[in-house]
Design a protein around this ligand. Structure first.
Ligand SMILES: [Zn+2]
Length: 135
């Protein structure tokens, strides 16, 4: 079952990334709030293991989930990953957060699609194997 709990450690990693990573400047300059969650669910999608997921919370659910986005880490799928890899995973998920503006300056929240390729930025810096676990 996909029950999720708030994870303060990931929140700290995320806050630090948003503060320091240039690619996340749009989040830094916005009012977007993000809640970081852990799930014990072994999520798969299209036959692939899903390590984490970024979701925009629609207005109609905000009474229950008081934030604009959630980032969920599916813990059983991340076993053996190092702290540095977890940081990259959260960085990856934060790159999905999309902030745009209407003509009147109102913020519009959305998500960037997940390409078949990983985000080029992370690949360039850490290689295609960034999420592989060493046996
Ligand atoms: Zn992704």
């Amino acid at each position: 079952m996909d029950s999720r709990t708030i994870n303060e450690h990931y929140a700290e990693i995320g806050a630090e990334l948003i503060k320091t990573e240039e690619a996340l400047e749009s989040i830094r300059n916005s009012t977007a709030t993000i809640v970081y969650l852990s799930s014990e669910h072994k999520k798969t999608g299209n036959g692939k293991i899903v390590k984490a997921q970024c979701e925009k919370i629609s207005d109609k659910y905000k009474w229950g989930i008081p934030c604009d986005f959630t980032i969920t880490v599916f813990e059983p799928n991340c076993e053996g990953m190092t702290e540095e890899q977890m940081k990259m995973l959260i960085f990856h998920e934060l790159l999905h957060v999309k902030i745009s503006y209407k003509d009147d300056g109102t913020e519009v929240f959305g998500t960037n699609p997940h390409d078949l390729e990983d985000f080029k930025l992370i690949i360039d810096r850490f290689g295609t194997e960034w999420a592989e676990v060493k046996e």
